[in-house]
Write a protein that binds this ligand. Structure first.
Ligand code: HEC
Length: 98
């Protein structure tokens, strides 16, 4: 959790423009700690684009902000702004570069 808090400190003070480099690191390191470094699944499911067909940008943004109650998927609202969550949703849907 210390690493997450540190990343949050890097990510949140930015104004409207998301810090895409920091967000990309967050996806790889924090999301990747459960979903796998290449996002193809680990403790959490595969979240590469082909596995997210049942989501659109809005549903994915909400899921990232609120998490999945009753599972290990945490809510990221305390750490991410709406803009940052939307950026991550797009990043996941469009495919992170391998
Ligand atoms: C502590 C472990 C953990 C972390 C960290 C985590 N997740 Fe998850 N995530 C899960 C689990 C477990 C599920 C499956 C929940 C369920 O059973 O529905 C999940 C589900 C998801 C889903 C839904 C997949 C689908 O097919 O509907 C998405 C999208 C997702 N996570 C994205 C993220 C993103 C983006 C991050 C980083 C900001 C993240 N997760 C961080 C554990 C984690």
């Amino acid at each position: 959790m210390a690493a997450i808090a540190l990343l949050a400190a890097l990510v949140t003070p930015a104004a409207a423009e998301p810090d895409t480099k920091a967000l990309e690191r967050l996806v790889r390191q924090d999301c990747g700690s459960c979903h796998g470094l290449t996002l193809k699944g680990g403790l959490g499911p595969d979240i590469r684009p082909q596995a997210l067909n049942h989501h659109d940008r809005d549903s994915l943004t909400t899921l990232i902000l609120d998490g999945v109650p009753g599972t290990a998927m945490p809510p990221w609202r305390p750490l991410l702004s709406d803009e940052e969550a939307i950026w991550i949703a797009d990043y996941l849907l469009n495919g992170a570069e391998e």
